[in-house]
Ligand binder design. Structure first.
Ligand code: 8YV
Length: 328
């Protein structure tokens, strides 16, 4: 006898091919108008669904999970970061959580490298000048930026994305430094010609560019606090394509405004989609609307992972991308 298809509630619009395949495989409820769900709608979803497919725009906290119905057995997150899901509450209720690691590594590393280039070379500023029709022509001293070749890059969090950034930055002639909970295997360190810093504080004080690639957890909230940002040299740049909460955005904005840091490239913000209005007024920053993994190829790969996680789970197997609270 054919098994009943699981009821899968998807909270946002996904690429067409993914939605079509989900409809074939599961009893799927889509969100065709792509409006982020309210808390009441999320609660309604967890009450009825067997599987919830949320994204970063959904806060699946303990108060939402407390109302989950007995059928909810899997949260198959569309995305790698799971800081919007209360993993402890999910575990308590025996709800499995999966994510989509690996498939957005190269896209996010590309975007990081783009920011590492864009901020010191004043790309966005130059573009704004041109569009304002105020460019008076070339001059030897006009809009000078800073060279990337030969500079020191400090990578905070040397997982998949950190290492992919290191490979790119090395090709651009930067020297690679990193801080991570665990030191890399000597072979990987040698391949990347990377220098390990056990002390984040000591690394920060010596870098020209610092880029953030660790997950957001209670332990990494404001890892770049006002005190740590003050350790950076005034010529240093801060890049963040990870999570806004890891950097004290107010302190960073204050320091950028006062010229205590050279600039910042930010793809993520502490209170997305709000951005500190003072940041918007600064010229030495490049600000992007969380585009790190925003390629059609990446989003399809993420969707494929979500489908595989749901399908294996529904077939009674352990889904490949289980997130364990102990992994964070
Ligand atoms: C995703 C991300 O687009 O996967 C992540 O952790 O930050 C993004 O690149 C987003 O989270 C989708 O939910």
């Amino acid at each position: 006898m054919p098994q009943k298809k699981p009821l899968v509630v998807v909270t946002r619009k996904l690429p067409d091919v993914i939605e079509t395949r989900m409809m074939e495989l599961f009893d799927t409820r889509l969100n065709l108008d792509d409006k982020a769900m309210s808390k009441a709608e999320l609660i309604e979803a967890v009450k009825t669904a067997d599987v919830l497919v949320p994204t970063i725009t959904d806060r699946i906290d303990s108060s939402v999970l407390a109302q989950a119905g007995p059928n909810l057995k899997l949260i198959a997150n569309f995305g790698t970061g799971v800081d919007h899901i209360d993993l402890a509450s999910a575990r308590q209720r025996s709800v499995t959580v999966t994510n989509t690691p690996g498939v957005l590594t190269e896209d996010t590393a590309d975007m990081t490298m783009a920011l590492i280039l864009a901020v010191p070379r004043r790309l966005a500023e130059g573009e704004r000048l041109l569009r304002s029709e105020k460019w008076n022509g070339w001059s030897p001293t006009h809009m000078l930026g800073h060279r990337i070749w030969g500079k020191r890059l400090g990578i905070i969090g040397m997982g998949r994305i950190g290492q992919a950034v290191a490979r790119r930055a090395k090709a651009f002639g930067m020297s690679i430094h990193y801080h991570n909970r665990k030191r890399l295997h000597p072979e990987v360190e040698a391949e990347l010609e990377a220098t390990y810093w056990e002390s984040l504080d000591q690394m920060l004080a010596r870098m020209d560019v610092v880029t953030v690639h660790c997950p957001h957890t209670p332990a990494t909230f404001h890892l770049l606090s006002a005190r740590r940002l003050a350790l950076l040299q005034p010529h240093a740049y801060v890049i963040n394509t990870s999570r806004g909460e890891i950097v004290d955005e107010n302190a960073l904005t204050r320091m950028l405004g006062r010229g205590e840091l050279a600039g910042a490239g930010l793809d993520v913000f502490e209170h997305e989609p709000s951005v500190n209005p003072k940041l918007l007024g600064l010229d030495n920053v490049v600000l992007l609307p969380h585009l790190g993994s925003a390629t059609i190829e990446g989003r399809i790969d993420m969707g494929e992972k979500v489908i595989i996680n749901i399908k294996t789970f529904a077939d009674g197997h352990n889904p490949p991308d289980r997130v364990l609270a102990s992994m964070l």
